[in-house]
Design a protein around this ligand. Sequence first.
Ligand SMILES: NC(=O)c1ccc[n+]([C@@H]2O[C@H](COP(=O)([O-])OP(=O)(O)OC[C@H]3O[C@@H](n4cnc5c(N)ncnc54)[C@H](O)[C@@H]3O)[C@@H](O)[C@H]2O)c1
Length: 358
Amino acid sequence: MQKLLVTGSSGLIGSEVVSFFCEQGWTIHGVDNNMRADFFGAQGDTRWNLSRLQSRFPNFIHHEIDIRNRVAVRDLLSELKPLAIVHTAAQPSHDLAASRPLDDFDVNAVGTLNLLESARQACPEAPFVHMSTNKVYGDRPNQIRLQELVTRWDYADPDFEDGIPESFSIDQSLHSVFGASKAAADIMVQEYGRYFQMPTCCLRGGCLTGPNHAGVELHGFLSYLIKCNLEGKVYKIFGYKGKQVRDNIHAYDVTQFMFQFIKQPRCGEVYNLGGGRANSISILEAFKLAESITGKPMQYEYYEQNRKGDHICYISSLTKMKSHYPEWRITKNLEETFQEIYLSWQNRTAANHASPPV
Ligand SMILES: NC(=O)c1ccc[n+]([C@@H]2O[C@H](COP(=O)([O-])OP(=O)(O)OC[C@H]3O[C@@H](n4cnc5c(N)ncnc54)[C@H](O)[C@@H]3O)[C@@H](O)[C@H]2O)c1
């Protein structure tokens, strides 16, 4: 039986990975301690998602382990010796990290190192897929020449027409505490690939989304935006006239790329993983799309001050991913993704007002 270890298995990406590989007949060992609830309060609670996975998949085994616990991680890996590892557990918020820098670094950087070193001891041949972030580039993308369009910012420099490539510098910019802890992890994952020749990769995510996100104000842009629309809650726009652009990728398409990498791994690779230009959208444009799906007007307030270090326009170049893994492509467009998120919030709210609390 093929065995996969997934950290952060109750979260957005982790749970999608669990579902996909369970459906392929793999045995999945998930690691999650519901620390999202600790980070974001009750609204970030992911136990509803854990219960969903446990009830659906008999080949899913949950381990309530904190990845900061080096001994527990080492023991688990040496007992399981998985065929592959997908690491998605993290403190994922740019904004939250500033209030909890020690926890942020311990989870994101040290937790990743705990996993890498345990994998090196127990199963060095196992492909190790790490969820990194585009925040490793810091605010350097804001130095690209931009043009202001009616509803969005866009690149004015033709070199970036297809998005930002992996060769973009991660050095000498404002990263936020979160971007810095993720950059530390990203470099360590590359190093275990290059120095120890382990099959590792970093996926530098743009906005990852999907119906199983416990979206909160500080993390999970589209999920939270659609939730606000549904509930008539005020969405706060921070700066850039609401024209800031993100490229969004559905968790399913993220998982499909991971699957390709696990089938044909390489050592110490880095990929920018986003929805690309076709799945890019500004906040103002997202309001319109949400309104067209729900039929409800978006309530919002505008604050002049942007979030510190926030990207004005970020679009991932998918060129390298497609050239290394030509079978992979984006399968979910923005309309489909919005619909799925909308239906999921409706179902969750209807099924149980406390899961996750609204
Ligand atoms: N969602 C996005 O838009 C986005 C964008 C770029 C990168 N990423 C990265 O992708 C990864 C997954 O993001 P996500 O959106 O699925 O996040 P998520 O918060 O939905 O899932 C992360 C899971 O990790 C668990 N976790 C946190 N700390 C833990 C610990 N110490 N031990 C064990 N489990 C722990 C949480 O409880 C949560 O269930 C993260 O590394 C994140 O930085 C996400």
